[in-house]
Design a protein around this ligand. Structure first.
Ligand SMILES: C[S@@+](CC[C@H](N)C(=O)[O-])C[C@H]1O[C@@H](n2cnc3c(N)ncnc32)[C@H](O)[C@@H]1O
Length: 303
């Protein structure tokens, strides 16, 4: 199971909202986990708010959602959970459908270990799989379509902007040249095309030479940055006064978006920031869970 990141910090900051100051009120609190995955954070929050509290967990990936739903079917906390297979961009409708005004909302952005290890959708260059990388095939654009159909300058911009890849130009040119010979349909095809576009020294570094290109393409396939903007804004709209929003991001772009939305909403007098700046995992957590190393958490409270 995916290890939940910054778990103690999430519980501390999400559950100490002004909306739910008393332990007894907290027990009846209503929380949304906008990125449920296997339910790590969801269950920990539910444990804290039981017997009367409810956590509404949202997961966009249908296969992953079904796995989680069946794993939780007989869980002792199942009665404290509402599980929804949708994108958090539809938060307003989801909350309305369930008559749910939350005391707190958590976003733990990005993807999970499950996507790399189990999805079979090409999220990792370590396996040869079809190039898709969508969380949900009913939305977004498969990466195979992006690399085979987008203009080379557009690909260069995507790889530079979202991957911060210094060889964005030569990689996009290599994509353009190679796809004329044969469409790029698998992760192995894409790695081969990147391999011929980057210098040898770049292949001997700690970070794999395809990492940044894969990340950039995944962000576009799922419109991840657009989703964060919509999701975080809507979350602030639907929170109870005094309720809290906690966002964990793993990429600089996402963290910047959250920082800017919070800044603008503070200016508008809609939120305050009970903790200024960014909360990072402790050293022991970083040692135990290497994935946590790039995590950055921000907290805001609705006025
Ligand atoms: C980092 S994981 C969350 C891990 C989770 N907190 C846990 O403890 O197991 C992010 C999850 O968000 C899901 N996701 C990504 N975009 C989403 C969206 N727009 N709406 C809902 N879920 C989304 C991914 O499929 C993934 O399962």
């Amino acid at each position: 199971m995916h290890t939940p990141v910054l778990l103690n910090e999430v519980l501390e900051y999400l559950l100490s909202a002004r909306a739910t100051p008393e332990a007894s009120a907290r027990r009846g609190g209503r929380y949304i986990d906008a990125t449920m995955n296997g339910g790590g954070h969801t269950l920990a929050i539910a444990e804290r708010v039981q017997p009367d509290g409810v956590v509404l967990g949202i997961e966009w990936d249908t296969t992953l959602f079904q796995d989680t739903e069946s794993q939780l079917a007989n869980h002792e906390l199942r009665k404290n959970l509402i599980l929804v297979n949708d994108s958090y961009v539809n938060l307003k409708k989801i909350a309305k459908d369930h008559d749910f005004q939350p005391d707190g909302i958590l976003f733990d952005l990005g993807l999970s270990s499950w996507h790399y290890e189990m999805s079979g959708r090409g999220f990792t260059f370590k396996k040869d799989e079809p190039l898709d990388m969508r969380f949900n095939p009913s939305g977004g654009v498969p990466v195979s379509e992006i690399v085979n159909l987008y203009d080379v300058p557009e690909l260069e911009q995507i790889i530079r902007d979202y991957g911060e890849e210094q060889f964005a130009r030569s990689i996009s040119e290599s994509i353009g040249l190679n796809r004329k010979k044969r469409p790029i349909m698998t992760t192995e095809d894409l790695v081969a095309v990147i391999n011929v576009a980057v210098p040898d020294w770049y292949k001997h570094r700690k970070i794999h030479f395809a990492t940044k290109t894969f990340q950039a393409l995944r962000v576009v396939a799922n419109d991840e940055l657009g989703n964060v903007v919509k999701g975080v804004r809507t979350a602030i709209d639907i929170l109870k006064p005094g309720g809290r929003i906690v966002v964990i991001s793993f990429q600089g772009h996402e963290d910047k978006i959250v920082r800017e939305i919070f800044k603008e909403q503070v200016k508008a007098g809609r939120i305050i920031q009970p903790v200024k700046g960014t909360i990072r995992p402790t050293w022991p957590e970083q040692q135990q869970n290497p994935r946590s190393r790039s995590a950055k958490m921000k907290v805001a409270e609705k006025v």
